[in-house]
Design a protein around this ligand. Structure first.
Ligand SMILES: [Zn+2]
Length: 101
């Protein structure tokens, strides 16, 4: 699935596919929920911004790996998560360690 196909999904379509990045330093997985939602990982060496409109990746050194994540939420719910400051989505701490447990 490419970015254009992802963008064609409506606001209430579930699930949504999001491009996420994995911080090469702390191994957090982060993604941006909506335009202007700039997310940082725990060590703040990696960031992602742009939501479904564009993708801007910030990194101090090593380029983070990007993955396509499937989330069981709607785009509207992701926007509300950002807009209300609930922050339940978009930041998964140290997924590599969790996967190895
Ligand atoms: Zn990090």
């Amino acid at each position: 699935m490419n970015q254009k196909q992802i963008n064609r999904q409506g606001l209430d379509h579930k699930p949504v596919f999001v491009y996420a990045i994995i911080c090469p330093y702390c191994h957090d997985t982060i993604y941006s929920r909506t335009r202007h939602d700039m997310r940082f990982c725990s060590c703040e060496q990696t960031s992602i911004d742009g939501g479904f409109d564009y993708m801007k990746i910030g990194s101090v050194g090593i380029m983070p790996a990007s993955i396509l994540l499937c989330r069981n939420v709607t785009r509207r719910e992701l926007y509300a998560d950002w807009n209300t400051g609930a922050d339940k989505h978009g930041h998964h701490k140290n997924c590599v360690e969790e996967a190895n447990e």
